[in-house]
Design a protein around this ligand. Sequence first.
Ligand code: FES
Length: 95
Amino acid sequence: MPKITILPHHQTAEVEAGDTLLEAGEKAGVEMEAGCFNCSCGTCSAEIVSGMQNLADPTPEELDVLDQWNKDPEKVRLTCCVKILRGEVTIRQSH
Ligand code: FES
């Protein structure tokens, strides 16, 4: 099963493949920042500390929002949009 770790408190959870980072973070007991839940506001952005290769590629919509916020999609993703596919992923909430 994929595993998520949320910094700075190192909360972890085993999650289902296909869960979004937002869902995974909630399974780890973290109150995740989010607004629209629909890949359009950017509130849910989080730094991907490791495991970017275990996440689904960004959609054009996600890339647009990240661009509006001047976030590098190779480092920051929108947790409501992106699915965990496999392996271990560590993120840090930006807020
Ligand atoms: S909650 Fe709005 S983009 Fe994720």
